[in-house]
Design a protein around this ligand. Sequence first.
Ligand SMILES: Nc1ncnc2c1ncn2[C@@H]1O[C@H](COP(=O)(O)OP(=O)(O)OP(=O)(O)O)[C@@H](O)[C@H]1O
Ligand SMILES: [Mg+2]
Length: 228
Amino acid sequence: MKQIECHDVCYAYDGEPVLRHVDLAVAQGEAVALTGPNGAGKSTLLRLLNGLIFPERGSYFFEGWEITKKLMAEHKYSKYFHQRLGYVWQNPDVQLFCSSVAEELAFGPAQMGLSAAEIDERVQDALELFGLTRLRDRAPYTLSGGEKKKAALASILTMNPQVWTLDEPLAALDEKTQDWLVEFLQALKAAGKTLIFSTHEDRLLKQLADRQLVLNSQHEISLYGSES
Ligand SMILES: Nc1ncnc2c1ncn2[C@@H]1O[C@H](COP(=O)(O)OP(=O)(O)OP(=O)(O)O)[C@@H](O)[C@H]1O
Ligand SMILES: [Mg+2]
């Protein structure tokens, strides 16, 4: 079985279908782009992969575990799951909730039960890597859009998940920051991480993706590129 598999997944909001019979399989270490027009269901599919919503029909397996409401209600499993699979939201305002940037970065590793020294080291490293050191004591809501995005990425990095899911990672970033982020994501890929990201940007298809999954306006998925 592949690391991530969806079989015949259907999902609707208030009876309005948003995912229709979605089948997909992603192997560990693959970089997969999720594309398609506005409203096709990309963000919905990412929410489902992150165990925030559940298939109404069909099934989703993560590393052989069927992700159901019941399983995610088990604190021990959901904690493990969220450490194994990180989610960078399209809008960082939804993601950031601590009172300072440093606390935001420390939250995940603290949940993991790491020692204070280990947490501190991870936070320092991530602050430096993302150029956020001078902003460490700032409240996240006072940051600029690009700074928030970096803080959101850094708060996932400190957990070092095996799988990264990212919703429109380049959106609202200037060119220099986009260049930097593409390199960062390439480095994650080179380190063997699995990446699944929605995007409208050609450069991510060219410079990062091994293959592309397209959700069409009928909310059906089609595959481009061969599966490994
Ligand atoms: N919480 C919700 N309640 C009702 N409808 C929703 C909800 N979230 C999303 N939708 C609808 O589901 C459809 C798919 O939305 P989704 O955000 O998954 O699309 P998307 O492919 O990510 O689009 P975009 O490229 O604009 O980000 C849209 O028609 C949207 O209005
Ligand atoms: Mg979206």
